[in-house]
Design a protein around this ligand. Sequence first.
Ligand code: ADP
Ligand code: PRP
Length: 182
Amino acid sequence: MSLAPVIAVVGPSGVGKDSVMRALVARATGICSARRVITRPEGEEGEDFDRVSDAEFQQMVAQDAFALHWPAHGLLYGVPHAIEEQRERAEAVLVNLSRSVLSQAQEVFGDLIVISLTADSEVLGHRLSARGRESMAEQARRLARAKTPLPTGLARVIEIDNSGPLEVTVDAILAKLQPESA
Ligand SMILES: Nc1ncnc2c1ncn2[C@@H]1O[C@H](COP(=O)(O)OP(=O)(O)O)[C@@H](O)[C@H]1O
Ligand SMILES: O=P(O)(O)OC[C@H]1O[C@H](OP(=O)(O)OP(=O)(O)O)[C@H](O)[C@@H]1O
């Protein structure tokens, strides 16, 4: 049985990864997204995710619960093996990943498409503060990571500017993803 590709959505904080993923899932039947496990503190909400403590996360690592896991922003992030069943059913599975984990993701998932979202730095700052999830200090730390480059050796990278309206971004991604999302 052939597995659907994994589509990693990456880019700086506030660029619109979660918004774009939600819009893609709403627009394209056949595209779903993987739910992450995060040690994000109570009170910091966001996309649909499973909140766990550091100890619970480490226990999950020890139990080999994750297809992929990484640290970022002082937090721990994991993508549970459930993504493998999603790949059997869907036409493509979206996942919000760190740019630092893309080479490993390509190794683990095999068929990996990277959607690299960009936006002007002024736009990023406004969006992060409008989202209001993090403190000002944490927003500044996240903005400092904005220009992190992608690793070399990725098989397929689609770079899309999300400075404009969300629908324009989603149309551009769907056009580039053909025939995967057709
Ligand atoms: N194309 C867009 N136009 C206007 N606002 C956007 C757009 N994309 C995302 N946003 C807004 O920017 C903020 C950050 O988006 P989010 O999806 O949380 O980004 P990320 O997951 O990359 O950090 C949110 O308030 C979201 O509603
Ligand atoms: O190494 P980077 O490419 O900079 O990515 C750092 C982290 O940012 C994102 O997480 P999250 O969605 O929690 O944060 P964000 O919404 O602020 O981007 C992404 O999934 C990584 O876990």
